[in-house]
Design a protein around this ligand. Structure first.
Ligand SMILES: [Zn+2]
Length: 50
């Protein structure tokens, strides 16, 4: 989980298009920008910088 619980909740409700990396709502079946149907949930784990 990240620093901000509100942001986490928002991020976990987002899906990212594999093609154009556009944001879509979690319930989206297709990308609203390009129509591509392969969406992935946004990465919840934030990698820390050293
Ligand atoms: Zn797209």
């Amino acid at each position: 989980m990240g620093k901000f619980p509100v942001a986490d909740a928002e991020i976990s409700r987002t899906k990212i298009c594999r093609k154009c990396k556009g944001r879509n709502s979690f319930g989206a079946v297709k990308c609203r920008r390009c129509g591509y149907s392969f969406l992935r949930p946004k990465n919840k784990v934030v990698k820390r910088k050293k």
